[in-house]
Write a protein that binds this ligand. Structure first.
Ligand code: ATP
Length: 686
């Protein structure tokens, strides 16, 4: 459910038990602004762009022109990046006004776009609005955020300062800028792409032949430089290629899949078959949403967040984003999709429910995204995902474009990729499943009975101004710990699966807004959640799966910002000790000497899994062995081994400096010294 942050009073300190002065996080300071943001003022925030793309004609093409599944790979690689050419269109079609077998039109000139013609009567009869005939949607009030596709042209909605403010915040507020201090360092992260005919990445947004409205919305969002995963996905996705992309937490994967999808959609318009069906529909036929893009994500909160991101980039365009997820009023979601549904973000369970009720058809899907697919499998969603992708009316892999994104890619996900993707490019930014060096990782040996007091010690040392996210393993423990913190006068809240959706949303909102500076969470908050200003993650309980550790600590140190992750380790966590050590090494973190003793001993007992094992799935073979750079598992699949005939890297040595982590966060206990281990006495840690 959408929560309008702008309408919330950040001065409401009802939930505050600790102090009367209310914390306001930097990203919310200054809201509401004294003067409304205008489109022009937003454009002034960048120097060179201005939405005028003509000068970049010779640069790589984000759209890649129209393309065809059947001859996608027959042209030269240059074809993927040649602007305005339809190298991948079936030759039977002409550029503009024709479609390949994925339903894309030829590349429309941006000059065809009519700005501010929203109410132009010339378009009224044949105009489609979110897949419905205009004359049938009279009863429904139009959403002023969105434009329309009319007579083969993209007609933008009027600019609306009030909406811009609620979507993008106040650009005058420096604290509102999303880029972090270390953002440019992402350029040094090694990138590897494997597969056939890999397109060159873009260097900048200016180079990428962005559709003008998308370019403007990206500027409004305050993005000036694409992150590495965005640079590569722009051309890979833009060329109509399937992709499995693995990039570190907080590195901009959401934009990585949204930008190529929206760029192609803004240029080419809705699927022509859908337009035909909508126009031919009788007034008695039941209304059905027919999105052209589907993004599946594991949790309600993540779906909601992706929806909010897509609202920004779809602003004023013909593409109506929608979101459906369980635990929330289905009636409200039905009315939402009935008001227009072009890009649908969904959790698998609720989507299957709505398909079964005949409310949603997937037959015009051109873009399918599986975000955090490994988590969806962990949560037992495989039957629903397979039903959605393979059994209902979804077009097959040759007719749609499929993208999979995550920070971790265990082997069973690569099997799913084999079934869902076609001739895909495997992209890894940084080591697969690795953690960002922007996160300082501290491992402390703490027995269960000491955890509460050690946590209080840590909280005392945390500087004012940041948010702290504390992970526990069980819902019960989340409640217990939250109550404990409230009793100790901390502004704390909690989020877990036993809380109602409304309670979960409220908890998240109080944390995001800074009314509660601490949130205790189960794994439900481990993936994808992007909460600015989380400066500290505490693993009160470590997860049994090392990939979950990667995602959890990734809630801090996002978009180039720095963060700290402290984890309480004891005998119950011996199963992930090897994986933990591999990760710490990869991210140039200090490894406490006691941890290596533990690892050796655990190995002796055959208990610990390295990065090649997943604790949570019976050793399903997840993660990636340390030092194994070939992360594309197709070489192990006999029937696809020929696909990995091409590898491209940026081959830059990492210039990251080793973190200066001297374990100063020992908080006065253990002082980095482990419980004494006496190797001569044959004593055992466990
Ligand atoms: N090009 C960019 N410039 C500035 N900020 C960006 C850019 N791309 C993304 N961001 C910001 O970076 C943050 C992290 O992005 P995002 O949530 O997409 O990361 P992610 O890789 O999906 O993370 P996770 O693996 O945790 O899901 C967001 O606040 C987003 O607005």
């Amino acid at each position: 459910m959408y929560i309008n942050i702008a309408e919330l009073s950040v001065n409401d300190s009802n939930s505050s038990k600790k102090s009367s002065s209310t914390y306001i996080p930097p990203h919310l300071r200054g809201k509401p602004p004294t003067a409304p943001i205008t489109h022009e003022s937003a454009m002034e925030r960048t120097t060179s762009w201005g939405g005028n793309l003509a000068q970049h004609g010779s640069q790589p093409n984000l759209s890649g022109g129209g393309n065809s599944r059947t001859n996608l790979h027959s042209g030269s690689r240059d074809g993927y990046s040649s602007r305005g050419q339809s190298n991948y269109q079936d030759n039977n079609y002409r550029q503009n006004n024709n479609y390949n077998n994925r339903g894309y039109r030829g590349n429309n000139s941006s000059l065809d776009v009519r700005d501010n013609n929203y109410n132009d009567n010339r378009f009224s009869r044949t105009t489609t609005w979110a897949g419905r005939r205009d004359d049938r949607s009279n009863k429904t009030q139009r959403n002023p955020i969105y434009g329309m596709w009319a007579n083969g042209k993209h007609v933008y909605a009027q600019k609306n300062p009030r909406i811009e403010l609620s979507l993008f915040g106040n650009p005058e507020d420096a604290d509102n800028t999303p880029t972090g201090i270390n953002f440019e360092k992402y350029d040094d992260i090694p990138v590897e792409a494997s597969g056939n005919d890999i397109p060159q990445p873009i260097d900048s947004f200016e180079d990428s032949d962005l559709e003008p409205l998308l370019a403007q919305n990206i500027v409004l969002a305050g993005y000036t430089v694409p992150t590495p995963v965005q640079k590569w996905s722009a051309t890979i996705g833009g060329a109509g290629r399937d992709m499995m992309a693995c990039a570190q937490t907080g590195s901009g994967k959401t934009g990585g899949f949204l930008f190529p999808i929206l760029n192609l959609s803004f240029k080419t318009g809705p699927h022509p078959g859908r337009e035909l069906e909508a126009n031919n529909r009788t007034s008695h036929a039941p209304s059905k949403a027919m999105p052209i893009a589907l993004i599946l994500s594991p949790t309600r909160e993540l779906s909601s967040q992706i929806f909010e991101e897509s609202r920004k980039f779809c602003y004023r365009s013909w593409v109506h984003p929608c979101v459906v997820y369980g635990g929330s009023d289905i009636g409200a979601q039905i009315s939402q999709i009935n008001r227009g549904c072009d890009l649908l973000v969904a959790t698998p369970g609720r989507l299957v429910d709505m398909i079964d009720r005949g409310l949603i058809s997937l037959k015009f899907i051109q873009f399918l995204v599986l975000d955090e697919a490994d988590r969806m499998l962990d949560m037992g969603f495989e039957p629903q995902i397979r039903k959605i992708v393979e059994s209902v009316d979804m077009p097959g892999p040759l007719e749609r474009q499929t993208l999979m994104f995550s920070a971790t890619f265990p082997k069973d996900i690569q099997h799913l990729a084999r079934d869902f993707l076609n001739d895909y490019i495997f992209l890894s930014v940084g080591r697969v499943g690795s953690t960002s060096e922007n996160i300082t990782q501290k491992i402390e040996y703490v027995e269960d009975e000491d955890k509460h007091s050690v946590l209080l010690d840590i909280l005392k040392t945390i500087e004012q101004g940041g948010l702290t996210l504390i992970f526990v393993e069980t819902k019960r423990m989340a409640d217990i710990l939250n109550n404990f913190l409230l009793d100790n006068n901390y502004n704390s809240t909690s989020i877990h699966g036993d809380r109602t959706q409304r309670e979960r949303e409220r908890a998240l909102e109080s944390f995001r807004s800074g009314r509660c500076t601490i949130m205790v969470a189960t794994a439900v908050a481990a993936r994808g959640l992007d909460i600015p200003n989380v400066t500290h993650v505490v693993n009160f309980d470590l997860p049994s799966d090392i990939d979950d550790y990667v995602h959890r600590i990734g809630r801090t140190g996002r978009a180039g910002n720095v963060g700290i992750a402290t984890s309480f380790f004891n005998r119950n966590n011996k199963n992930i000790v090897r994986g933990l050590i591999d990760l710490l090494k990869e991210a140039n973190q200090e490894i406490p000497s006691w941890l290596t003793f533990v690892a050796r001993e655990a190995q002796g007992f055959g208990n610990s899994k390295g990065r090649g094992g997943r604790g949570g799935r019976g050793g399903g073979g997840g993660g990636f062995s340390h030092g194994n750079n070939n992360r594309d598992y197709r070489t192990n699949f006999n029937n696809q081994s020929s696909n990995t005939n091409n590898t491209r890297t940026n081959n830059k040595p990492s210039q990251f400096q080793k973190s200066t982590n001297n374990n100063q966060g020992n908080f006065g206990f253990n002082s980095g010294a482990p419980p004494m281990y006496d190797s001569s006495s044959n004593s055992s840690w466990f």
